[in-house]
Structures are given as structure tokens and as C-alpha cells.
Write a protein that binds this ligand. Structure first.
Ligand SMILES: C[S@@+](CC[C@H](N)C(=O)[O-])C[C@H]1O[C@@H](n2cnc3c(N)ncnc32)[C@H](O)[C@@H]1O
Length: 254
């Protein structure tokens, strides 16, 4: 289990820098393995966003941005992007990446053996379009304004009250705006009391899935455009990985 506070640790920082910015060879130094699960933060944008439908002045919000790779990728298409995360350490490093374009770190090879690497923002991305701020996706500051894109990647099952985040979404999106939600539906008591899970439980013996609940809560305000399965790979060390399949849903604000 990843206890509360995990996302403030140096281990989490190292894993997420590699997850967001590591090369294929650094993440998966094998001649075999699930290569289609690489580059998840990049694919959240390239696979899910309909860039042709964005206004020139588009604003985007990346909720639970971690160390910011998707936030930067959104800046290829949007004039202003806010990356927001609860982890002060992640936001501190995302800001370093925004300012300098790179950040040196070490990642785990085996035990105490760690390899040096440098996280680098693709140089063609205009980093001035991006701002990172600490915050709670369950209690967003009311002055955030409205957005043309909101990305909620692998956040919901790490919140204590995911419904509070979902309840805020209709007010965050402009009409026609794109909402991209991905979740591996890994509901854990350590993060979310079971009574507040969005799915993965029985209601009078009927299975309730996360997608069932997302539809029930979002369809009054959004049209569901697409559902996709997005694999992702988090390296713990050279010989141990978390391979997961996020369920992505893409919604359009009415
Ligand atoms: C599983 S990670 C996903 C990060 C990133 N979106 C990705 O796909 O790589 C969950 C992220 O949510 C952040 N987080 C946890 N609780 C949060 C909250 N209440 N508000 C905002 N971010 C939160 C964590 O710090 C972490 O960066």
C-alpha cells in the first residue's frame, strides 16, 4: 500500500520523474516487455485530446499533475495550462522543470544502487504557458476560472472524497470543453473509505463499476464521447514494475 504522504517522498518523486520523463530504455531496459504501456502522461494528451476543437485562447487544467509531463504536453495546444497537485514536493520539482527545462534525479536499479538521469521538458514546448500550484482537487480555489480542457489522470482513486472532485467539474468547463478522466479503478481503503468508492462494490448483489458511477454523475452535464483502455507502466526498480490499465473516458461539456 502507498500510505498518505507517499507522494511527498523521494521514492515517489524518483518513480514519477522516470514515469513522466524517462526514455524507453531507462524505464524498460529489456528486449521484451509491455512497450505499449510507456509514455502514459504523453498519451493522455495525444490519444485523448481533440486538439482541432480548441479555441486559440484555450485554457487547460491538469488535476493531480504530479511532476507535470501532461501539463507541459497540454501547452502544445493550449495558451494557458495550470498543473495542480496536493504534493508540495511534486509541485516544487514541476516548478523547477518549468523554470529550467530540466531536473537531475536518480532512479532505482537494485537496492541502494541508483542511476543518474535528467528529466527534460521537450524543448519545443513553450514553458511560459504553464503554471504549477499546490492544491486539493476536492476543494479547489474558486478563482481558478473556466477551462476548455480538464485532465484528471489517475487521481480519483487516490482521493478521500472523489465525488467532491467530480461535483466541481461542470463549473470548471466551458460549453464544448473537453474533460479527460483516466483511472485504473484501484480502490483502496488507505486512500478512500469504501463507502465513498465510485465503483468496485456490490449494491444489493449488483456490481457497480467506476464507469457506472461516472456516467450517473457526469451525464447530466456532459456527453460521453469515447472510452479507451490506456496501459501504463511504473518502474519500481529494474526488475519490478506496476503494469496497469487505466480506463479513459472523454467527455464534452454541454
Ligand atoms: C497516481 S498519481 C497520478 C499522477 C499523474 N496524473 C499521472 O497520471 O502520472 C496521483 C496524483 O494525485 C495527487 N493527489 C493526491 N491527492 C490529491 C488531492 N487531494 N488533490 C490534488 N492532487 C492530489 C498525488 O500527489 C499524485 O501526484
Amino acid at each position: 500500500m502507498k500510505p498518505t504522504g507517499f507522494y511527498e517522498t523521494e521514492r515517489a518523486l524518483s518513480e514519477y520523474l522516470l514515469f513522466h520523463y524517462g526514455s524507453a530504455r531507462q524505464v524498460l531496459p529489456w528486449a521484451f516487455g509491455p512497450v505499449e504501456a510507456l509514455d502514459f502522461p504523453l498519451r493522455c494528451v495525444t490519444t485523448c485530446l481533440d486538439a482541432n476543437r480548441l479555441p486559440a485562447t484555450a485554457r487547460a487544467l491538469d488535476l493531480g499533475c504530479a511532476v507535470g509531463r501532461s501539463t507541459f504536453e497540454l501547452a502544445r495546444h493550449c495558451a494557458e495550462v495550470i498543473g495542480l497537485d496536493h504534493s508540495l514536493r511534486f509541485i516544487e520539482v514541476a516548478r523547477q522543470l518549468q523554470t529550467h527545462g530540466s531536473f537531475p534525479f536518480f532512479y532505482a536499479e537494485e537496492g541502494q544502487i541508483r542511476l543518474p538521469a535528467t528529466a527534460t521538458v521537450p524543448p519545443e514546448i513553450d514553458r511560459h504557458r504553464v503554471a504549477f500550484e499546490p492544491g486539493d482537487a476536492q476543494a479547489l480555489r474558486p478563482t481558478l476560472g473556466r477551462f476548455d480542457v480538464v485532465l484528471v489522470a489517475n487521481l480519483l482513486d487516490r482521493l478521500r472524497e472523489p465525488r467532491r472532485c467530480l461535483d466541481a467539474l461542470p463549473e470548471l468547463l466551458n460549453a464544448g470543453g473537453q474533460l479527460i478522466i483516466t483511472t485504473p479503478c484501484t480502490w483502496l481503503e488507505e486512500y478512500t473509505p469504501p463507502a465513498l468508492w465510485l465503483g468496485g462494490y456490490l449494491d444489493q448483489e449488483k456490481p457497480v463499476t467506476t464507469l457506472d458511477t461516472l456516467r450517473r454523475l457526469l451525464e447530466p452535464h456532459f456527453d460521453l464521447s469515447r472510452t479507451l483502455d490506456l496501459p501504463f507502466l511504473i518502474r519500481e526498480h529494474a526488475r519490478k514494475y506496476q503494469w496497469s490499465v487505466a480506463q479513459a473516458t472523454v467527455w464534452r461539456r454541454r
